[in-house]
Design a protein around this ligand. Structure first.
Ligand code: DGL
Length: 350
């Protein structure tokens, strides 16, 4: 009996030691983008996104194995200009499965930068976990001189294993910076320092393999989100119409004729429409197509009942969301309600 007790004690001590020394389990999901891109020569700026697979990305930065117990999978291999609802739904369901059923401690997603902000926000509203979910990409292809992908991937894994990133919602990790899903925006077509965090700035940074958080998101996200896509096979159709002087109403008419569920206006100034576009929007709202007013301005809120009487027309004001983010929230809001006042509340909370 004594011998059995001492065997059990040793076994327990071993288990505790192993578990204390075990590295966090991190899954890396590859979707393509420039980080997986290949250029004709290392000095050339001409390249094609989504060319190399997940193993090539992991092999380029073996140092991540010092940070975590790493495994990877290839979901798709596309330029993110081709990101779509089908991939979003697969990605959200897969992340929830990894975090809530397969025991992973965090997920890193490699992604093109063109629509990274949209995917990040969609996941911010549909992932049901407070574990870190970090998107990483690059502005230079994988075989470029000073490719930025490996360092971004290393930093993303460092953030994914950091307790500081737990409960922060979905984050993007680029150029040593951490940006939250709601405010992150691509601001420059070719610069490695392209992502910014809007008026609130970056949420943190990664330095020397450590994630440092400077602030927390104030909007609802992840576990505190009411949106659930686990049983959805498709999403409501929402288009975006760009506003400008003497704008044609044809694009908005086309969305109406195609029976879209919602239309976001990237309006001028504080979400204003050209008069011909306004008339189509009023009729569309009466037909049950939800109109959301956002702005083509890079910063500043689209305010409720300012120059446009939203109350009168049942329009929704996008508040702090740019057009591409407003579209994501409207798509998910329309899976819950068609009531414009309820939808406006979602724009105040998320
Ligand atoms: N085709 C673009 C994309 O996949 C390249 C931009 C990038 O990934 O940096 O988003």
């Amino acid at each position: 009996m004594k011998q059995l007790k001492s065997i059990l004690l040793v076994a327990t001590a071993l288990l505790v030691t192993v578990s204390l020394n075990a590295k966090p389990k991190i899954r890396i999901i590859a979707t393509g983008g420039t980080i997986a891109g290949v250029s004709t020569t290392s000095a050339s700026s001409a390249y094609t996104a989504g060319q190399v697979g997940i193993q090539t990305l992991l092999d380029a930065v073996p140092q991540i194995l010092n940070l975590a117990d790493i495994s990877g999978e290839q979901l798709v291999n596309i330029g993110s200009q081709d990101m779509n609802d089908e991939v979003w739904l697969k990605l959200s369901k897969r992340v929830n499965e990894l975090l809530n059923k397969e025991g992973y401690d965090g997920v890193v997603i490699t992604h093109g930068t063109d629509t990274m902000e949209e995917t990040a926000y969609f996941l911010n509203l549909t992932v049901k976990s407070d574990k870190p979910v970090i998107l990483a990409g690059s502005m230079r292809p994988s075989n470029a001189i000073s490719a930025d992908g490996p360092a971004n991937l290393y930093n993303a894994v460092a953030a994914a294993v950091s307790p500081n990133c737990k409960g922060m919602g979905v984050l993007c990790c680029m150029n040593n910076q951490l940006l939250d899903a709601k405010t992150v925006i691509k601001t420059h077509t070719i610069d490695c320092d392209t992502f910014e965090g809007g008026p609130s700035g970056i949420i943190g940074y990664v330095y020397n393999g450590e994630a440092h958080l400077l602030q927390s998101p104030i909007n609802r996200h992840t576990k505190n989100s009411v949106f659930d896509v686990s049983k959805l096979e498709e999403l409501p159709k929402v288009g975006i119409v760009y506003g400008y002087a003497n704008a044609s109403p044809l694009p908005m008419k086309a969305f109406v004729d195609a029976k879209f569920d919602g239309i976001v206006l990237a309006g001028v100034g504080d979400g204003n429409f050209y008069k011909d576009v306004f008339e189509v929007a009023v009729e569309a709202q009466k037909e049950g197509i939800q109109i959301v007013r956002s702005s083509r301005c890079p910063t500043g809120p689209t305010c409720l009942n300012s120059e446009v009487d939203d109350e009168k027309y049942h329009f929704v004001a996008a508040l702090d969301l740019n057009p591409q983010k407003a579209r994501v929230l409207l798509m998910l809001a329309l899976t819950k309600t068609r009531d414009w006042q309820e939808i406006q509340k979602f724009f105040m909370e998320y």
